[in-house]
Design a protein around this ligand. Structure first.
Ligand SMILES: Cc1cc2nc3c(=O)[nH]c(=O)nc-3n(C[C@H](O)[C@H](O)[C@H](O)COP(=O)(O)OP(=O)(O)OC[C@H]3O[C@@H](n4cnc5c(N)ncnc54)[C@H](O)[C@@H]3O)c2cc1C
Length: 397
């Protein structure tokens, strides 16, 4: 146990050294001030990780990873996020990559894994559809086999950053004759294929995160089917289980809470800083306490994963508490801005000097993050649905 503790500590120090020395300063600056990140920022970070051998640290060595333990993976996420690394775009390295190395053919592994490791290929996730989000098994995008192609017709929605994507992995319906889950297949689609249209969805923060994607008789070679036809539901669910601890978004909440503490110290309300006003100080203390508790729950889950136990309802608990905490910290940050918290100029989030900010320099970034953060209780499985899972698992309801 002591050896394990020492190894974890030394890995944590290694990640800290990496963050101090290799994280590009301009990207860190944007992250700390909640400014707008471009595709180039995300890819540059992934490429820095790749050069260091860490882009796919949790993958098996056979496929170019470092075979990190769940604890190492957690430490990596926690430390990099706290240090100002951008969101580690998960669609390639965390989502489709593990599905490909677990279920795909040798030819597919050779074709797709290198581009994921090096981040030369941007992937998007095409699961949700209008009317099939929480109830994903109701998806209706059809893939009809015609010779050596599937002809795909239908619509996906809420597809994050598909406007930047080279490829999209989709759950599609290849049969309507069986149980809804059984007729679903996992298909890899080149975004350059004729018949694909992307329509942006504007979010409250004024930025372009999500989209609708329309497939109109899109011809996808049969060789792009992963695993067996009709088995896609099982692969898709493995993907979600892989993410069990990261859903708490601990590093991010730690970073934002530090920002809140700084703002509360520096903001005067009357003669005294906000941090010394009893009501605000109590609110801050409660948020810190919730963060400590969440961290303890995460470490408990990591310890269980280290013992090899399968993910259970605790990931729903962490998603629930993590997303609520994120939103409550964001709300406290907006309150701390005072009057400046009522003015939102999205163009100012594009960077320093692009528009005169109201209040402190990072006020617009704080507001932008607060507005987009409302989605945290919806994506990754809505919090109501997580409550149902917990109720079923813990209370047998
Ligand atoms: C910002 C953002 C990014 C996203 N990115 C992607 C992406 O890249 N790829 C992708 O495939 N999807 C993505 N999603 C979609 C996301 O997974 C779905 O929004 C989510 O699963 C909820 O589905 P829905 O939107 O269809 O809502 P619905 O399932 O229609 O739910 C509507 C409301 O009803 C509640 N509800 C539904 N069922 C139950 C129930 N049984 N009991 C109690 N309450 C219930 C929900 O909690 C919610 O409040 C993204 C979503 C957002 C907001």
């Amino acid at each position: 146990m002591n050896d394990q503790f020492a190894a974890a500590h030394s890995f944590r120090m290694e990640v800290r050294r990496f963050c101090a020395g290799k994280l590009p300063a301009d990207i860190k600056h944007k992250v700390f001030h909640n400014l707008k990140l471009e595709k180039d920022d995300y890819v540059r970070y992934l490429k820095v990780l790749h050069a260091h051998g860490w882009a796919v640290g949790h993958w098996p060595r056979e496929f170019g990873g470092c075979e990190w333990t769940p604890l190492q993976r957690f430490i990596f996420e926690e430390e990099t996020t706290e240090a100002g690394a951008p969101w580690l775009i998960p669609f390639g390295v965390n989502y489709v990559g593990p599905i490909i190395y677990t279920y795909a053919s040798q030819a597919q592994k050779a074709r797709f894994l290198p581009g994921i490791r090096s981040s030369d290929v941007w992937w998007a996730q095409g699961y949700s559809e209008p009317g099939a989000g929480s109830d994903l098994a109701g998806l209706r995008t059809r893939a009809v086999r015609q010779g050596d192609h599937y002809v795909v017709t239908g619509q996906k929605i809420w597809t994050t950053y598909v406007q930047w994507a080279d490829w999209i992995f989709c759950l599609v319906r290849t049969s309507t004759e069986e149980r809804p889950q059984k007729g679903i297949s996992f298909l890899l689609v080149d975004m350059k294929t004729p018949g694909i249209t992307i329509r942006p969805i504007a979010t409250m923060d004024g930025y372009h995160h999500v989209n609708e994607v329309f497939f109109d008789e899109v011809r996808v070679p049969v060789e792009n089917l992963v695993g067996e036809e009709g088995a896609g539901w099982g692969y898709g669910k493995v993907l979600l289980a892989n993410e069990r601890v990261l859903v708490a978004d601990l590093g991010r909440s730690t970073r934002q809470l530090r920002l809140l503490e700084r703002l509360a110290r520096e903001t005067l309300r009357g003669p005294r800083p906000l941090a010394e006003q009893p009501a605000f100080a109590a609110r801050l203390a409660e948020l810190k306490l919730r963060l400590h508790v969440l961290r303890a729950v995460c470490y408990q889950a990591v310890a269980e994963a280290m013992e090899g136990s399968a993910p259970g309802a605790e990931s729903s608990l962490m998603k629930l508490r993590g997303s609520e905490l994120r939103q409550d910290i964001a709300e406290a940050l907006v309150d701390a801005l005072g009057h400046a918290g009522t003015v939102f100029a999205p163009e100012a989030a594009a960077g320093e000097g692009s528009a005169p900010p109201a209040g402190p320099f990072d006020a617009t970034g704080i507001l932008r993050d607060h507005l987009y953060g409302r989605a945290a209780t919806i994506y990754g499985g809505s919090n109501e649905v997580q409550r149902n899972i917990i109720a079923k698992a813990a209370l047998g309801l």
